[in-house]
Unconditional design. Structure first.
Length: 128
């Protein structure tokens, strides 16, 4: 089966801060709503989204604001949570792939960016 992703994915191990917004996703105004401040590590990045691990429990379809830094740039990127779950004892392929990476966080979040970011050069990303 071929790759279904539209953009090249880059494995990484970047510290990430993110704002998680709670409530009705259709009524949240990220410019005025007070978010929950969260931390984690980004394990995968593409122009269209990111895969992060965290200890924060979140809900699907909720808006988030990611903040991360590479060796060459700083980013603040809005997005939407499209998948989430626990890494431990999770039979899904994605959870098993990242459960093998030694991370202290116990949950994963897949995020789709609101707009594409520029293509990332893998040499500016930290590896685990």
């Amino acid at each position: 089966m071929g790759e279904k992703r539209g953009y090249k994915r880059h494995q990484c191990f970047e510290k990430i801060d993110f704002d998680y917004f709670e409530g009705n996703p259709d009524e949240i105004d990220m410019s005025v709503t007070v978010p929950v401040k969260c931390k984690g590590h980004m394990l995968d990045l593409s122009r269209g989204g990111a895969f992060i691990v965290t200890d924060t429990r979140v809900a699907v379809n909720m808006p988030v604001m990611l903040r991360f830094r590479t060796k060459s740039a700083q980013y603040e990127v809005p997005g939407t949570i499209i998948r989430t779950g626990l890494l431990k004892n999770n039979p899904s392929e994605i959870a098993q792939k990242y459960a093998a990476v030694k991370v202290k966080e116990d949950a994963y979040i897949a995020i789709q960016f609101a707009e594409l970011i520029e293509e990332i050069d893998e040499t500016v990303l930290k590896k685990s």
